[in-house]
Design a protein around this ligand. Structure first.
Ligand code: ATP
Ligand code: MG
Length: 138
């Protein structure tokens, strides 16, 4: 089934000039980039995005990090996009991620791990709508 997923190239990867490499990898792996914008999230916007983690001990650090600089938010489309993008990202902790995955290649720590990806169809729907009105998705 053709699916859409939300990806975020996080502030660490933007700072390290990895945008082009990551976008090229998405295209090489068969994802179509159907929406994209660079934005500097406020901490409140990051808190709203990650609200499922609000009870976690790392929540305030995570939302501070996610609002520490610009991010590139993307909608990616392909067959099985949600699971395939999670596989391409690798484990949350870059040290535990498989070789060749985006987090292994470009992540620095369990928090500053380069990319975000939706983890289910419900999350993808919420996350895409959080950033993109339908007129901005092509
Ligand atoms: P994401 O939701 O960003 O795609 P994920 O689904 O692999 O990542 P989650 O458990 O949803 O991982 O955690 C969300 C984000 O919170 C992680 O990507 C990471 O930036 C941060 N994070 C997760 N666990 C920790 C931790 N133990 N310490 C610090 N930050 C963490
Ligand atoms: Mg997650």
């Amino acid at each position: 089934m053709i699916e859409r997923t939300l990806a975020i190239i996080k502030p660490d990867a933007c700072r390290k000039n990895y945008l082009g490499l990551i976008l090229a990898r998405y295209e090489k792996e068969g994802f179509r980039i159907c929406a994209g914008k660079m934005q500097w999230l406020s901490q409140r916007q990051a808190e709203g995005f990650y609200h499922v983690h609000r009870e976690r001990p790392f929540f305030s650090s995570l939302t501070r990090f996610m609002s520490s600089g610009p991010v590139l938010t993307l909608v990616l489309e392909k067959e099985n996009a949600i699971a395939d993008h999670r596989t391409l990202m690798g484990a949350t902790d870059p040290q535990k991620a498989e070789g060749g995955t985006l987090r292994k290649l470009y992540g620095g720590s369990i928090e500053e791990n380069a990319v975000h990806g939706s983890d289910s169809p419900e999350t993808a729907r919420f996350e895409i709508a959080y950033f993109f009105p339908s007129v901005e998705i092509f």
